[in-house]
Design a protein around this ligand. Structure first.
Ligand code: UT7
Length: 328
């Protein structure tokens, strides 16, 4: 029996730190409101000349180094992002070329919003098990600041820029690495979190720019309720499928959107908060980068030991969601 393991992880966050105090000078908000409603204290914002691919390449370089492999050894590259450098070509092709991943590699982007990294992991897992590919590089990379309406206090206080990456390969050992995952999507809730213009439904126009329709719009309360419900469901399913109780899980890495969402999930699952890795206070919500960024930090902080079980759990626009169980 073979398994697919995470051979290396890396992440990158832009240098510029934007605090709540700084935001409160440009929109009608306060540090107190942002911290009490979301848990976020600051976020990183990319430079004007830094695009999604630039963030992705830095995180990928760190993951390759951590895995001890070169870009030449990668034959599958998947980038999860909602903030590609441009609509065409895929950011994966730009990253492939600049990293030096061979031309015979399969490279593509996927859009699954904040669940994107778990979707990428699931695709890579399946492909590696079929022996069609030897080594996968999966990246979650976002420059959300480029699609954030900096005049909208209901969204601009939440988002940040970052990237996280992992190298995956197959081993001939059973029961290690990615033990399973449970992904889902429910387009019924698509209207709760979206960018209206810039696609084929509402192509970019002077009117769409004037109406600020190229920025993220969100019904925060509805997203909040859905998030708690779907994350609890998939986390429970993962645990039940593997006959696990809360005691077996050493660490939960949830999508970093709101501390109140994470606390509600912890309470419902009856898993103590100290088993949840939280860094949203320093990075805000970085969409598909959020889980690999947190995973990288957690590993460096010694929160992951051989044999440990880690549960990754995400939700995002779509509504997409998923949980992935990993044994180190
Ligand atoms: O990756 C998925 C991304 N999305 C999410 O995870 C979002 C999930 N939702 C949330 O995190 C929360 O719903 C928010 C943090 C977005 C909002 O928290 P809330 O407790 O649901 O607040 P609310 O939207 O119900 O707003 C409460 C009040 C409103 O004023 P009124 O109508 O009560 O007078 C808002 O206008 O707070 C106001 N408000 C703000 N006040 C100060 C909204 N944003 C701000 C702000 N500063 N930044």
């Amino acid at each position: 029996m073979a398994s697919v393991v995470i051979a290396g992880v890396g992440s990158y966050a832009p240098q510029r730190v934007v605090t709540n105090a700084e935001l409160s000078r440009t929109v009608d908000t306060t540090d107190e409101w942002i911290v009490s409603r979301s848990g976020i204290r600051e976020r990183r914002i990319a430079a004007a000349d830094e695009a999604c691919s630039d963030l992705a390449i830095k995180a990928a370089g760190a993951a390759l180094a951590d895995a001890g492999v070169t870009a030449a050894e990668i034959d599958l590259l998947i980038i999860a992002t909602v903030t590609a450098d441009s609509p065409l070509p895929s950011t994966a092709c730009l990253v492939q070329h600049r990293l030096g991943i061979p031309a015979h590699a399969t490279c593509f982007d996927i859009v699954a919003a904040c669940s994107g990294f778990l979707y990428a992991m699931e695709i890579a897992y399946g492909q590696l098990l079929t022996n069609r590919y030897k080594r996968a590089l999966i990246i979650g990379a976002e420059k959300l600041s480029a699609v954030t309406d900096w005049t909208d206090r209901t969204t601009c206080v939440l988002f940040g820029d970052a990237a996280g990456a992992a190298v995956l390969h197959k081993v001939d050992t059973p029961n290690v690495g990615i033990l399973g995952s449970d992904l889902g999507a429910d387009g019924e809730f698509a209207d709760n979190l979206y960018v209206k213009a810039g696609g084929s439904r509402a192509p970019a126009s002077a009117e769409s720019v004037g109406a600020r329709d190229h920025f993220i719009r969100m019904n925060g309360r509805e997203v909040f309720k859905s998030a708690v419900r779907v994350m609890e469901t998939v986390a429970r399913e993962m645990m039940e499928q593997h006959h696990l109780t809360a005691d077996h899980i050493s660490l939960v890495i949830p999508h970093q959107a709101n501390i109140r969402i994470i606390e509600a999930l912890a309470g419902n699952l009856k898993i103590p908060m100290d088993k949840f890795y939280v860094n949203l206070d320093r990075f805000g919500n970085t969409s598909s980068a959020s889980i690999p960024l947190a995973l990288d930090e957690a590993r460096r902080a010694g929160r992951v030991k051989p044999g440990d079980l880690t549960l990754l759990v995400a939700f995002g626009a779509g509504l997409t969601y998923g949980a992935t169980l990993i044994r180190w």
